[in-house]
Design a binder for this molecule. Structure first.
Ligand code: AMP
Ligand code: MG
Length: 415
């Protein structure tokens, strides 16, 4: 083992250290409901009413006293109750025409579906008997008065936003978006749009990480400052970091975190703060750096995370390690680890065991199994776009066709 190199650590250990380093920012703001999807709640939402507020009909039909409904007998329709309108108490021996969502009249205990009656002029004839409680939505069956409906730390979804609306809430107190400065490193990188493909100089490639990482961070609810690309020089890296440290909660960089001569991130971060460089025992994505940067001595620290440069490695490490970090900054109580794996059959052979735990880019097929992308190189971004999930393959493990493997759906990461 190379004793001078950074220590190899498991993904679990890296995840734990990442979470330990991320203290919730504790800054919140009120946002209107239409802007709340995807945000993390900073305060519990307590219901000031019950939902639904009254017993109401789940069907178009007739509100009745169930005991009075006898197959073959008729009853008078004594009132008509549409949704949004008040009901009078139900006169004994009669029924009320009622529509979905309309309040139940006092005295009624069931709704007979309109399909189960023969409607005559102002009268109905029952085709079946009725049971109390049928087709009635009970007051408070969704939410009881005083219930904690949404909790601080919950990530809001469309259903969560709707639930808040159903309580009469118009604004939600959510965690402020973490301010993340994104920079890429590498003299070989060219921004798309600045040089046409045919004019690219030898050795130059387009900067793809900037777009992958910025998109991912935005999906994670971050406010992203794009610092563009930083040349491979220590001075340029130091000055970019110093500048970013003042106004951000996290600086995220890609590339330059190996221990080669052209890897300037480590010394630059160390000059302004501290850095741990890890070799995470996973593939793709081995090098990973976590540290802190101060704009000047005594200034508050800004978190720093350095991702590997290879496009699939930076994509994977963002999902596996940065996402939990950012969620924790937001005070989230969920999404702090890996998605729950599904057991699915591999419809491929993976004959070469790797020393490291692998995250293979795979896709579900119509037969309910998994196909693997043939080129699993960490530079092949096509594999990440093609895939709908990752197989979490333990270190030293081969996979035979038909064997059950652990599949992590990318949809569970929201990508
Ligand atoms: P590095 O970690 O800087 O040694 O980069 C590893 C590999 O990823 C090299 O082949 C780089 O050219 C490539 N790479 C680094 N940054 C980017 C980027 N922003 N977009 C595309 N490829 C990159
Ligand atoms: Mg580089």
């Amino acid at each position: 083992m190379n004793t001078r190199g950074p220590a190899l650590m498991t993904l679990e250990e890296a995840l734990q250290r990442v979470l330990d380093a991320a203290t919730p920012l504790g800054r919140s703001e009120w946002v209107p409901l239409l802007q709340a999807d995807g945000r993390v709640l900073a305060q519990d939402v307590v219901s000031e009413l019950q939902v639904p507020p009254n017993d109401n009909s789940a069907m178009d039909g007739y509100a009745v006293r169930a005991a009075e409904v006898v197959e073959g007998q008729s009853a008078t329709v004594s009132q008509r109750i549409a949704a949004g309108h008040a009901a009078s108490p139900l006169l004994p021996g009669t029924c009320a025409r009622i529509f979905t969502g309309a309040p139940m009249p006092a005295g009624a205990d069931a709704v007979v579906m309109q399909e189960d009656v023969e409607a005559l002029d102002g009268q109905v004839r029952w085709l079946k008997a009725a049971t109390p409680g049928t087709h009635v939505r009970r007051a408070g069956e969704d939410v009881t008065l005083g219930a904690v409906v949404l909790r601080a730390g919950d990530r809001l979804t469309p259903a969560g936003v709707g639930l808040a609306a159903s309580l009469g809430v118009a604004q939600l107190c959510v965690a402020q978006r973490p301010r993340v400065a994104l920079l890429t490193t590498g003299d070989e990188l060219v921004m798309p749009g600045t040089v046409a493909p045919r004019d690219m100089a030898p050795g130059h490639i387009y900067n793809s990480n900037r777009f992958v990482l910025s998109s991912l961070l935005q999906r994670l609810g971050c406010e992203v400052s794009d610092l563009g690309n930083v040349p491979d020089s220590r001075d340029a890296t130091v000055s970019a970091l110093r500048d970013a440290a003042e106004r951000h909660d996290l600086i995220l960089s890609s590339g330059g975190v190996s221990v080669g001569e052209e890897d300037h991130v480590k010394p630059a971060v160390q000059a302004l703060g501290s850095l741990d460089l890890w070799q995470v025992a996973m593939k793709p994505g081995k090098p990973f750096a976590l540290g802190r940067v101060h704009a000047e001595a005594g200034a508050p620290a800004c978190h720093f995370i350095g991702l590997p440069g290879n496009p699939v490695s930076s994509w994977a490490t963002l999902l596996l390690l940065v996402r939990p970090f950012v969620r924790r900054l937001q005070g989230a109580s969920t999404d702090l680890g890996l998605p729950t794996p599904l057991a699915l059959p591999a419809h491929f052979d993976w004959p070469r065991a790797d020393k490291r735990r692998e995250f293979l880019r795979v896709r579900r097929n119509a037969q309910g199994g998994l196909d693997v992308f043939p080129n699993q190189s960490s530079g092949v971004l096509t594999s990440a776009f093609w895939a709908d999930g990752l197989v979490d393959n333990p270190a030293g493990t081969t996979i035979a066709h038909g064997q059950t493997v652990h599949y992590l759906p990318l949809a569970d990461w929201g990508v």
